[in-house]
Design a protein around this ligand. Sequence first.
Ligand code: AMP
Length: 415
Amino acid sequence: MNAHSLRGFRDILPPESEVFAGAEAAAREVFRLYGYRELRIPTIEAKELFVKSTGDTTDIVEKEMYAFTDQGGREVAVRPEGTPGVVRAYIENNLSQSGRNAKYFYIGGMFRAERPQAGRYREFTQIGAEHIGNPSPFADAENILVLFSILDRLGLAGLSVELNSLGCGGCRKNYRETLLAYLKANLDALCEPCRNRIDRNPLRALDCKADGPALAEKAPKMALCAPCSAHFAKTQELIKAAGREFHVNPNMVRGLDYYTRTVFEVRTSALGSQDAVAGGGRYDDLVKSMGGPQAPAIGWAMGLDRLALLLKDKPRPSADAEAFVVAASEAAREPAFKLLTELRAAGISADSSNFELSLKSQMRSADKSGAAAALILGDDELKNSSCSVKFLKDKREQLTMPAAQLPAELKKLLN
Ligand code: AMP
């Protein structure tokens, strides 16, 4: 048996797992403030869901999806992103009829068979936020402000936020011909896959990782119709009024099929080529096209793995136990075990090594544990109903205290 994880899949060990948990906690708190509630959606869905929503000309669906036929002969896929599942859940559970705001967040693993590199994995964790059923620019602004607030809480500065509008179906229809003419005049600059799909989805070429940036720079820009233009202007105005900075980037085309109007991306200069930390946009037609009601929506997803890379050197609360209990004799083992329970019940994090090992070995573990104090129980302590306290992180002298006063006294000592 070769005990190796698969290429592109990884273990997230402490302390990185604690960075993940901290970021999730910060996001949950912000979601609470903004009225976004959690949705837990399946990891596996019908393959068709992603083909029809994310789009069959996108890299995610065309090349990167973990799709297979299950035991019942159904074509299924492991989710490459969260939005299609959220929209399916919205439709299937009649959430439009609930009378409440359909503002949801999700946290979970996404799977894409991309070429792995630093900051790019085949399984990665996303936090996403979707607001369905509100077409107003106030919803755009609020949804984007949630993202700003989470990044604030995490203490991440130096990120750039880029904003663009991809217009509605009408704007796109007009633009399609202009763009197609431009791309056909520049066929040589297109990579093979882009050349093959320009008739099906010309916009995708501008988002291509290989040739997109150079092409987008010179490509004719989309002219927005009056309502789309007003929507984009109002969205910008509201974000600015909230004191947030962003940069309008007319070359930014987010790669998925369902985007309409507002799109945005958060980038960092600290991660090399994998510079996108979060991205999202409006998808006004997706719910209807999947068989649901007319429900314009906006959402984003942020990659926790990349956030963790940005956060790894920031100070965070210690996850080490506060107290480490040591049994110095055989008779002390059960009382020591009981003490652990009492400490934890009093809200003090407590740990031990194997009570059946020697005192020396247990003390060595205590030193390595990162705990503030070792609580030692031996025959003398048992006889006197006391406990010895040895401070492990500072030079305070060892002391003995009546067992009855633990853990209240210990709490004071540790503060
Ligand atoms: P996307 O759905 O591609 O816009 O991705 C949204 C966010 O998820 C990105 O900004 C990244 O932070 C993160 N992300 C996407 N793909 C990966 C990946 N393969 N590995 C790690 N993070 C990813």
